[in-house]
Design a protein around this ligand. Structure first.
Ligand code: PLP
Length: 441
């Protein structure tokens, strides 16, 4: 490759980064697992922490050069403990997947059984079966059985779950652990209802809060550690509007096993810039989390109502559609999730196709599932409220059902987004939410 070509490709990379950022700034961002961090979080991510190593625990590092890093990590732990009312917090896992693997490694052995939700019922691939390439099965060798689910209630079926565990015990196949949580997560899971039963049978309880961590931090969803969970794992970039990363929250009695499973088993370098940014977002959530989480959930309910009022088939209607950031819609009547996702993306409405409980029975699969999934956390963070949700519901309806001209939808969205340039629920917001930061020249 000629020097000039290399420079052209190098320059092109930055053009693509900028184009992406401009596009996002002009779009309705509804992917339920994403968020926009504050300028403060972005500043921490840009710091020199991102170039350093600090394996191990603060004060017991394998590397020199950690005197400030240790202080920041201890602050992150303390802020996290305060935020979740927890005895023990480990901020080193570098992703939600990594956090789940930390728990599997610490508390299960290959060949053990676990219970978790299937993917069409909202389960995540990290607790999937080996045949599906799931982390639990394929990486840690666990045998995965599914938790019985009630499609109408869109929640775990408590009685059938107990019956299933009873029969597993009778067959000598008692599960070691049950995993609550999921990627479709409309309503709090029945931890309280199952906790005594699980404890009396000595079954460990893991709660995967990847999606709902910010809602839990704001005190607006459920309180897993008080409701019976032994450990909560999560991602720090979904409803928790922080850096991409993971976390494990638990009790002192489990801390040694978790610490050892994080390092040396499942991390070496733990991405210190993201660790620092976790401390920043925890402080923001302690100050603003209650308001933020309350508004995220209100906005999800408003969006669900707006879509339902326009004839779209919003799932979970029996229980008011949602008590989280998510809205799930059955779009089989509109041609299925794949086509609807593509059409909306062309109109600058970005969300994802998703499996719904009826998919497997009706012969659909993950490439073209029956549903679409949305989350209101990012738009809420920009300060949007009920009337904007109503309007966005209408934009989706006009795109998918009325087949309005995409160019027109895009220009309306651009005008709407210009009214909400900043991140709310943060101490500082000098830079616009989607400003592109240049350091090169
Ligand atoms: C996103 C997600 C994960 C994985 O998190 P990453 O941070 O992407 O690794 C784990 N569990 C659930 C339920 C998720 O939705």
């Amino acid at each position: 490759m000629q020097g000039q070509d290399v420079k052209r490709q190098y320059d092109h990379l930055f053009e693509l980064l900028k184009e992406h950022q401009k596009w996002i700034s002009e779009s309705i961002t509804l992917i339920a697992s994403e968020n926009v961090p504050s300028p403060a979080v972005r500043e921490a991510i840009l710091s020199d922490f991102g170039n350093r190593y600090a394996e191990g625990w603060p004060g017991e590092r394998v590397y020199a050069g950690c005197k400030y890093i240790d202080q920041v990590e201890i602050a992150a732990q303390n802020l996290g403990k305060e935020l979740f009312g927890a005895e023990f917090v480990d901020v080193r896992p570098i992703a939600g997947v990594n956090s789940n693997l930390v728990i599997y490694t610490a508390f299960t052995d290959p060949g053990d059984r676990i219970l978790s939700l299937s993917i069409p019922n909202g389960g995540h691939i990290t607790y999937g079966k080996k045949e599906l390439g799931g982390t639990a099965g394929a990486v840690h060798g666990l045998v995965v059985e599914n938790i019985p689910f009630d499609d109408e209630e869109m929640n775990i079926d408590v009685d059938r779950t107990k019956q299933k565990i009873e029969s597993m015990i009778k067959e000598g196949k008692k599960p070691k652990m049950i995993v609550f949580g999921g990627s479709v997560f409309l309503f709090p899971h029945p931890l309280k209802e199952l906790s005594d039963y699980l404890k009396s049978n000595e079954i460990l309880t893991m709660y995967d809060g990847a999606h709902v961590l910010g809602l839990i931090a704001g005190g607006q969803f459920q309180d897993p550690l008080r409701e019976g969970a032994d450990f909560m794992t999560g991602s720090t970039h979904k409803t928790m509007p922080g850096p991409q990363g993971g976390i494990v929250v638990s009790f002192n009695k489990f801390s040694d096993k978790i610490k050892g499973s994080v390092f040396p088993s499942n991390t070496s370098n733990h991405h210190l810039h993201h660790m620092a940014a976790k401390a920043v977002v925890f402080a923001e959530m302690l100050a603003f989390g209650k308001d933020y989480a309350t508004n995220v959930i209100r906005n999800a309910q408003s969006l669900a109502e707006a879509l339902s009022a326009r004839g779209l088939k919003v799932i979970g209607g029996r229980n008011g559609f949602t008590e989280s950031h998510q809205v799930l819609v059955d779009v089989t009547a509109q041609g299925g999730g794949w086509g609807v996702e593509r059409e909306l993306e062309d109109a600058n409405i970005i969300l994802n196709r998703n499996m719904i409980p009826s998919d497997i029975k009706e012969g659909r699969h993950f490439k073209d599932p029956g549903g679409i999934r949305m989350g209101t956390q990012e738009l809420t963070r920009l300060g949007m409220g009920r009337s904007e949700m109503e309007y966005i519901g209408d934009l989706i309806y006009r795109t998918v059902v009325k087949k309005d001209d995409h160019e027109r939808i895009r220009s309306e969205i651009s005008a709407l987004k210009r009214k909400f340039p900043k991140v709310s629920y943060a101490f500082d917001n000098q830079q616009d939410a989607y400003s592109y930061i240049t350091l090169r020249k």
